[in-house]
Design a protein around this ligand. Structure first.
Ligand code: FES
Ligand code: FE2
Length: 405
């Protein structure tokens, strides 16, 4: 059962119509705090389980100063560990992804670890004082596989992915994501911009009619953003019974095979699910796409994405998939242009804030969630240099006191 948050509710909060203050898009101390308080305490998508088919297959993931490795162990379970050797902190796994056989062997002095993280062997062990070996395994990380999608969490606590995505469960279940395989390689888009400037453009559909003419031709005014409780967003659009001006849209819809495993209700829809902070799962009738945004430093961000689909060799399906990706590549480049223009404007001395419509409530809801975690974002001016973390802590403590009284 989906519980929607009414738009008035989102805009009730003070300042929600005018977005985050301009300084918040260009402040290195804030970026460090966002990595620490948001990204290192949230579920982050790493890979599809199909990307680690055999025991010993692994994939690494980095965020801020933290490094993780996700591996399929000898029993077929997916596990996650800090990719930090217990001897002298080298990376245990140097490559981005690969196969390590039955153990990880640290490239520095050769300490090795079993796939369950336990310490396996220390070269020249007798040169060390007596060690309690059980104390020297790789440190484990929270890891959850939801519909075949592997998420990790470096710290924090709270709801599981399944709990956070509960409202999406029924719909996502229709797509058999756990049976899917990768469609090509992942893409990485780097921006010399604050990550929020990138995410803001993706968090609303108000720009679709003007900013994405081809996408608008495909789905028209059926495009609808919905906010749900628990930091979830859903955007729904349909191309059922529509006529198209763009040839590529006509070709795509025509190419989609009639015979589909999806129920009729989902054969002509493009649906986007978003989980806080920046995970997006896009459900198409021919494939799915997953993407996420990350801060990689001050004024540096990364969008990482990948497509997955059920095995299907039908030429029609292949054609539909290619056309879908071509349409979405067009949408992507339009967004990149918009992101750059907005960022450029925000750096201008003429920029003195923005104004959000009801149709941009996704942007406001996201900003509200950030303000909950980082009340420093309520301030119109940036705190004095070197004090942002401290000011934020004080504001959090104040908020706790007033909530308790
Ligand atoms: S740092 Fe890994 S074996 Fe020495
Ligand atoms: Fe867009």
């Amino acid at each position: 059962m989906m519980k929607f948050i009414p738009t008035e509710e989102i805009f009730k909060r003070k300042g929600s119509r005018s977005g985050l203050p301009a300084w918040a898009y260009d402040n290195a101390e804030l970026t460090a705090l966002e990595i620490d308080r948001i990204f290192l305490r949230s579920w982050l998508f790493v890979a599809h389980a199909a990307e680690l088919p055999r025991s010993g297959d692994y994939q690494c993931f980095g965020m801020g100063d933290e490094r993780a490795v996700v591996v399929r162990d000898g029993e077929g379970e997916i596990r996650a560990f800090y990719n930090v050797c217990r001897h002298r902190a080298s990376r245990v796994v140097p490559e981005e992804k690969g196969h390590c056989g039955k153990s990880f062997i640290c490239p520095f002095h050769g300490w090795s670890y079993n796939l369950d993280g336990s310490l396996r062997n220390i070269p020249k062990a007798d040169s060390f004082p007596e060690l309690e070996r059980e104390q020297y395994g790789l440190k484990p990380l929270d890891c959850e596989v939801w519909h075949g999608l592997i998420f990790i969490r470096f710290g924090g606590e709270g709801a599981s992915v399944a709990q956070m995505m509960a409202a999406a469960e029924e719909e996502v279940g229709l797509y058999r994501i756990e049976d899917m395989e990768c469609l090509g390689e992942s893409y990485n888009l780097e921006f010399d911009l604050d990550w929020k400037a990138v995410v803001d453009v993706d968090n609303e559909g108000y720009h679709v009619p003007v900013g994405h003419p081809e996408l608008f031709d495909l789905v028209g005014s059926t495009y609808n953003d919905q906010r749900l409780e628990g930091g979830l967003g859903r955007s729904y659009s349909s191309f059922k019974d529509r006529k198209f001006k763009f040839q590529r849209n006509r070709d795509y819809v025509e190419a989609l095979p009639e015979d589909s495993y999806l129920p009729e209700s989902h054969r002509h829809c493009w649906i986007y699910w978003g989980m806080y902070p920046t995970f997006v799962l896009t459900l198409f009738p021919d494939q799915i796409e997953i993407y996420q945004f990350f801060p990689t430093g001050p004024q540096q961000s990364l969008m990482k994405g990948k497509c997955f689909a059920l095995p299907d060799e039908r030429p029609q399906m292949q054609k539909a998939r290619e056309l879908n990706q071509a349409i979405n590549a067009g949408v992507g480049s339009e967004d990149i242009q918009l992101i750059e223009w907005v960022a450029e404007g925000m750096r201008s001395s003429a920029f003195d804030g923005l104004m959000l419509s009801d149709l941009e409530s996704g942007v406001a809801a996201f900003h509200n969630a950030l303000r909950d975690e980082l009340p420093v974002l309520e301030l119109e001016q940036a705190p004095a240099e070197g004090s942002l973390k401290q000011v934020n802590q004080e504001l959090r403590a104040k908020a706790r006191v007033s909530a308790a009284s």
